[in-house]
Design a protein around this ligand. Structure first.
Ligand SMILES: [Fe+2]
Ligand SMILES: [Fe+2]
Length: 251
């Protein structure tokens, strides 16, 4: 398994591992800065390939921060493997994740971010935005890099296939196709929930006016990220929304 590495914003690298069995890319983001940050650890089975890839950019032992969106193996499964090779690294996630999962799972105590707290790495400033159940998981959140406008958006804008590292094409159309495919799959269906907070949280992310949507699966989107996020609420409502209640059937 060999990683492809692309710089998608200044000193922000997309490290992509494509898994043919799933026809899916798994992207991990490394920020090369005074205090290097890795967003998405990858799965444990990906760790050797990931360590090798990161080592072409920085000394893995110099990692300072390790973060992710929500507790799932592609997001943070290899956290302890990274902590073993990076003695000064600290896991960093939202308060829910720290309290519910990471305080126990991690071999080193996490830093828990409050809503809108800034994680500074030197030249970069990452705003933490909690997004419970978006894309999924009670503990979900995203990081927004305020200087370059990059939103590390996890499973939002999930795209299938071996696609280009960066696109300005219709990324929402690709996400829609992925959601439709998963909804039709006997095991993968119900990957994403639709909740009363889904649209509001997407709109809150849109208000950040991201210029780059750094998706975990698929291409990073460069363009009007706010418009894509606002439109995404309609897509999810259409794909996941329950049929309206027939008034005749209400007692
Ligand atoms: Fe996920
Ligand atoms: Fe994912």
């Amino acid at each position: 398994m060999t990683a492809r590495i692309d710089e998608i914003a200044p000193d922000l690298y997309r490290i992509c591992l494509y898994v043919p069995a799933f026809d899916l890319q798994f992207n991990h983001f490394l920020v090369r800065d005074d205090e290097p940050l890795l967003f998405h650890t990858g799965m444990r089975g990906m760790f050797p390939a990931m360590r090798e890839a990161v080592a072409t950019l920085i000394d893995p032992a110099s990692l300072r921060w390790i973060s992710w969106s929500h507790f799932e193996v592609d997001e943070c499964g290899a956290l302890n493997e990274w902590l073993a090779v990076a003695p000064n690294a600290t896991p960093v996630c939202g308060e829910v994740g720290a309290m519910v999962n990471i305080g126990d799972f991690s071999n080193r105590p996490p830093r828990a971010l409050k809503p809108n707290e800034i994680l500074g790495t030197g030249r970069h400033r990452f705003r933490f935005v909690p997004t419970p159940h978006l894309p999924h998981g009670w503990d979900a959140g995203v990081l927004f890099e305020e200087r370059s406008g990059v939103l590390l958006c996890s499973d939002l804008f999930h795209q299938l296939g071996e696609v280009e590292p960066v696109t300005s094409a219709d990324v929402l159309g690709r996400w829609d196709a992925a959601v439709a495919a998963y909804q039709a799959h006997p095991v993968l269906m119900d990957y994403l929930p639709l909740t009363p907070g889904t649209r509001r949280r997407l709109n809150e992310l849109a208000d950040l006016q991201p210029k780059v949507l750094a998706a975990m699966h698929g291409s990073a989107f460069v363009g009007d990220g706010g418009a894509a996020l606002r439109a995404a609420a309609d897509m999810l409502q259409f794909r996941l929304g329950a049929a309206p209640v027939d008034a005749q059937h209400v007692a």
